[in-house]
Write a protein that binds this ligand. Structure first.
Ligand code: ADP
Ligand code: MG
Length: 445
């Protein structure tokens, strides 16, 4: 099948890998795995040690022959390949990166990078110049003439990424690529992978047992005991699809080298891409400063929390499930709130939601009484008969659209001597804002 007709870059059906089949030490490393990956996704295979992650990755790389099942890559079943076809596939279509680098110690860095092209008979100068280009891009051009044992782990992994890229594969397979690195190198290597995914549009399939990496993923495959537990398509992926058209117009940025400082930022702020440098950067900065100062949780947690809240409002999660989801740890797919904050937060949302649901526009008078009672419980308002009437009447008028929001607030703010409610301005503002919020929640157009 020609490439453009396949929607999914990889389709895995009923994949089973059994080691020592039929013997007493039989291991079912993969148990009926079904997966579909789209092109240009960053897929993370996540699970504990021994769960079958490497077996899955090696199967996609055609190193492993399935006991049963098929793996289609770009429309072809790779298990039908003979050994020549397999080695071409491994050189052209997939680039592999390993935890232990797999560099050849007797070859200089530059020659290690060139290696994948030796088999294709590309002339020496051409392949060296391509290899130098990658080393330069990853800031290790000055290591080209050294041997792998004379450079750091982080540098070695950069070399192996350069090597994986030499034949321009569409797919990068990475098995715990930062598992052996110090934290600074982890950061740099992840930044490179992010760049390859977002700028070079490589599909990345990365194996990890480190939950800190999950923020990078478009799709997370949770695996345990050789079985897929769940596949989560992240918000990042859904937004990326939505923005695809926009990004096409920014294709110019693809040619420009990304400065290091921006690359670092792109790593820590997952919503930041080279597409929003320039004029879009100021609103982005504003948002980051704001949320840092105003919110005790990270942007990632905010996104997740909002997603669960949406499900709560849509009725697909109940209050208890909403709480469970935001209280659950990030590793388990929750938003990682501490228990007390989660409880308080969910209660607050539920209070608004339940109050809003009770607003009945066919009975504005009754609804106004209810809302009045809601506000006098929440705010210090003197409970004189006069004030209760002013509050109730002005709410009723607001529900009937006889009062605009600002007029409603003005009545709450105005002194009693001028037929207002005599609240202080901040309380008046808060109540007016809350009433609008309730009206918004109630709205179901
Ligand atoms: P992970 O990468 O998640 O740590 P692996 O895919 O390496 O897990 O291993 C899955 C299971 O298969 C483990 O129980 C492992 O011991 C077993 N296994 C892996 N490779 C082989 C092999 N070549 N022969 C026998 N058992 C293997
Ligand atoms: Mg492994």
């Amino acid at each position: 099948m020609p490439k453009k007709e396949t929607k999914n870059i990889i389709e895995i059906k009923n994949l089973n890998v059994i080691y020592h089949k039929g013997e007493s030490n039989q291991v079912r490393a993969l148990d009926d795995v079904n997966l579909e990956f789209e092109a240009e996704e960053w897929i993370i295979i996540f699970g504990p040690s021994g769960c079958g992650k490497s077996t899955l990755l090696n199967s996609i790389a055609s190193f492993e022959t399935p006991t049963r099942g098929t793996i289609n890559v770009l429309g072809k079943n790779i298990n039908d390949f003979d050994s020549d076809e397999k080695s071409i596939y491994r050189r052209r279509t997939v680039g592999m990166i390993f935890q232990s680098f797999h560099l050849i110690n007797s070859l200089k860095v530059l020659d290690n990078v060139c290696l994948p092209q030796v088999f294709f008979g590309v002339n020496l100068e051409k392949r060296r110049s391509l290899a130098r280009g990658f080393l330069e891009r990853f800031d290790i051009a000055n290591q080209a003439e050294k041997y792998p044992s004379d450079i750091s782990g982080g540098q070695r992994q950069k070399v192996s990424i350069a090597r994986a890229l030499m034949n321009q594969p569409e797919i990068i397979l990475a098995d715990e690529p930062v598992g052996n690195l110090d934290s600074k190198s982890v950061y740099n290597v992840m930044a490179i992978l992010k760049e390859l995914n977002e700028l070079d549009k490589k599909t990345i399939i990365m194996v990890t047992h480190d939950a800190n990496h999950l923020v990078f993923a478009d799709r997370i495959v949770y695996i345990k005991d050789g079985k897929i537990q769940k596949v989560v398509v992240t918000k990042k992926r859904r937004e990326a699809k939505f923005n695809k058209e926009k990004k096409k117009k920014m294709v110019l940025t693809k040619q420009t080298k990304i400065p290091n400082d921006l690359r670092l930022l792109m790593n820590s702020f997952k919503d930041l891409s080279s597409a929003n440098i320039g004029q879009l950067l100021t609103p982005f900065k504003v948002k980051q400063i704001f949320s840092h100062l105003m919110l005790p949780i990270t942007n990632y947690q905010t996104d997740l929390t909002q997603r669960y809240m949406k499900n709560y409002l849509l009725g697909t999660l109940n209050e208890k499930q909403f709480f469970d989801q935001i209280n659950k740890s990030l590793e388990d797919g929750g938003a990682g709130w501490d228990k007390r904050s989660a409880k308080h937060f969910v209660e607050q949302v539920a209070v608004f939601y339940k109050e809003a649901e009770k607003i009945d526009y066919s009975e504005p008078f009754k609804s106004a009484i209810r809302l009045k009672n809601f506000f006098i419980k929440r705010y210090p308002i003197k409970k004189t008969e006069y004030r209760m009437n002013v509050l109730k009447n002005s709410i009723e008028s607001r529900l009937n659209e006889e009062l605009a929001r600002d007029d409603f607030q003005a009545i709450l703010d105005r002194p009693v001597s001028e037929e207002g409610l005599g609240l202080n301005s901040r309380t008046a503002e808060k109540i007016a804002r809350e009433l609008e919020l309730l009206i918004l929640i109630r709205y179901s157009g």
